[in-house]
Design a protein around this ligand. Structure first.
Ligand code: ADP
Ligand code: MG
Length: 252
């Protein structure tokens, strides 16, 4: 592997310092400092509009920030297209609305970045895709199109697609929020398994059962700031800030 793509074993996977971002005049992220260790699992929660999506989208430059420093797996984020691509190769992302390519089969959704970005031969890409589709227990659907699958199945394909690129860290932006209740568990089960395997994960979610099971740290955001962060037991049983207490009383 390219040396530049590999962080030292003891260095953080993600290091964010003094991050500020504005949408026009609107100050959406305020002085965010966040360090994520390799293998650490973080859950981010907070009211709608608090900047959770914006924060994790800055990590792979789906959003551009104006102030501060973001380092992913040893690579400082710049505006350089090559650097952005390099960082994106380290970072898998799963969205609320799956964002699969509707005109491509499940298998092709999982192969396209491998063949286009990683320049893998098709046969090798297919082998990787099928292995990972097995892992998320959806290999039997490989020839179908996203529209022929349930929401839970589509989200598992989206996770598989991201994993096919062998990312160092996975970002999840409310991956179960668009799902019917009976499909939430099948997606969370895949995420729990991924956490058990040691993947570094940043998950924006209000699934507090998931947070209690797998998170090393829960972060509460409000109005563009990190208000509070703690291991789940402390976070849920002894929230310090009134804003956190209010939020928890509304969702638990
Ligand atoms: P969350 O994910 O916590 O709900 P977001 O990061 O999506 O919050 O949004 C934070 C705030 O920024 C919201 O007030 C939202 O309306 C605003 N916002 C999000 N995206 C944009 C954008 N592209 N342009 C302008 N404002 C935006
Ligand atoms: Mg959001």
């Amino acid at each position: 592997m390219n040396q530049a793509n590999t962080a030292r074993a003891d260095s953080p996977m993600i290091e964010i310092t003094g991050l500020n971002k504005w949408y026009g005049d609107f100050h959406v992220l305020r002085d965010i400092d966040l360090t994520v260790a390799q293998g650490e699992r973080i859950v981010i929660c907070g009211p709608s509009g608090s900047g959770k999506s914006t924060l994790i989208r800055c990590i792979n430059h789906l959003e551009e920030h104006q102030e501060g420093r973001i380092v992913v797996n040893g690579l400082p984020m710049t505006r350089d297209v090559k650097r952005i691509e390099q960082i994106r190769r380290n970072v898998g992302m799963v969205f609320q609305h799956f964002n699969l390519f509707p005109h491509l089969s499940v298998l092709d959704n999982c192969c396209i970045s491998q063949t286009w970005v990683q320049k893998k031969p098709r046969a090798e890409a297919e082998r990787t895709a099928m292995e990972i589709l097995e892992r998320v227990q959806i290999a039997d659907q490989a020839r179908k199109y996203p529209g022929q699958l349930s929401g839970g199945q589509q989200q598992r394909v989206a996770i598989a697609r991201a994993l096919c690129m062998q990312p160092e860290v996975m970002l999840f932006d409310e991956p179960t929020s668009a799902l019917d209740p009976e499909m939430i568990k099948e997606v969370l089960d895949v995420m729990v398994e991924l956490a058990r395997e040691g993947m570094t994960m940043l998950c924006v979610t209000h699934e507090m059962g998931f947070a209690k099971t797998v998170a090393d740290r829960v972060i509460f955001m409000d109005q563009g700031q990190i208000i509070e962060q703690a291991p789940p037991e402390t976070f849920f049983n002894h929230p310090r800030s009134e804003r956190t207490q209010l939020f928890l009383s509304q969702i638990l």
